[in-house]
Ligand binder design. Sequence first.
Ligand code: ADP
Ligand code: GLC
Length: 471
Amino acid sequence: MEILHISAECYPVAKAGGLGDVVGALPKYQNKLGHTARVVMPMYRTKFLNENEWDVDFKGHHHLGHRHFDYTIIKERTNKLGFDLYLVDIYGLLDRERIYGYDDDNERFIAFQIAVVDWLNHWAYKPDIVHCHDHQAGLVPFMMKYCYDFLYSLGSVKTILTIHNAEYQGWLGMDKKYYIPSFDSWKHGMLEWKNNINALASGIKCSDKVTTVSPSYLEELRHSARGLENLFEYERGKCLGILNGIDTDVWNPATDTYITQNFSLEDVARGKEENKQILCDQFNLDVTKPLIVFIGRLVGEKAADVLPDSILASIYSTQKNVCFLILGSGEGDVEWRLNNLVAEFPGNYNVMIGYNEKLSHQMYAGADFLLMPSRVEPCGLNQMYAMRYGTVPMVRSTGGLRDTVIDMGDEGGYGIRFIHASVGDIIHSVNRAVDVFKERDKLDLMRSRMMQVDNSWDSSAKHYLEVYQSL
Ligand code: ADP
Ligand code: GLC
């Protein structure tokens, strides 16, 4: 089968979070299964772009409303990532360093989608499946089915939309409707939700299948989806949840080149100790105490706002018998509060504001526990990475966290689960962590259990192929 993935992120080209990890891995596993999966994404000005060789694949032009644009598609020459990778360049819109965060993000991603669909329209080869990821590719199914420029050659190609995060939907005023290449005005409703253009809603309405990145998240969306609840209820027949996998080539403590000391199940205790020592030296933390880390975007979804108070209260409640290390960036207020705590708890707490891939690996390897109090977690990859590196996940019972972590009090368990993203629940979990840290045998058993859980892409990649086949 020929599959084309359309996404705003793909690791290691450009990654802001888990979307990048998924799109950097899933196509590789689909190819291993004997299919041809490719990825197309915007050509941001990244290190990966400069360090690799490219061929021009296609040059075309289209328009975003009244604005004419030329676009160029380039292809990576060596199949370095295990799949064909195409980048779309649009002068003045996509030629930026960052992925998101510009005032004209909506325009940038709509132009990106128009260019991709126009390119597909000119391509001799047509994929069997166009697989769109999140709202930045959510308008593609509409364009393929209803825009006059494309519908004759692309209208029958099957489309699937994977929702990694429904918090972000790509809202745009109806006055911007003219951005979309001309379409049958009767189909206007397929673009909108609550009198606005809503790229995610349009993708849900127009694609042939919709998947979420965990089964529990799909259930939750029926009750809480930032205004799209009724749509999920109405379209439930074509929706299903497929749990993400992790790329075990990248996330393998035995071969990971980012970490100081490689280890595997056989020597996990020693390997983790040595990696922890490095972290504790670097961040002035007491290595004899349990080390709890948080890695992620410092935003409300991740409940980052409860971290400062929870850390403060937990350190007091355990009589300073615990250490915390935070890596992340996001809301200014949270960053400020987290920074301020450093002076208060030398030896027990530290923070690194920013994005640092290498440090994140070292933290998964060296930490004893990983805290994820997320209010919303469609899947969550951190907890699966932590498990692979023998780090006990402490998670709020929601979305993909609920689907992947078994509490240590339950049969076969290896993690700590709690219900509320609150200071009280976090302190309680920290106290459970501190207790289990003293019981070496129990901790060893939990590590051994979690490291043997198979979260690799093998089975999820097959699941996606079954969905494609059904179309
Ligand atoms: P989300 O995509 O919602 O941010 P996920 O758990 O799916 O959450 O994936 C987050 C990914 O981003 C993981 O690979 C995690 O290690 C990485 N990550 C998040 N924040 C940082 C950071 N500050 N530095 C390095 N890696 C980070
Ligand atoms: C999103 C979600 C996260 C998920 C990731 C990859 O960013 O917030 O939970 O793991 O996408 O699907």
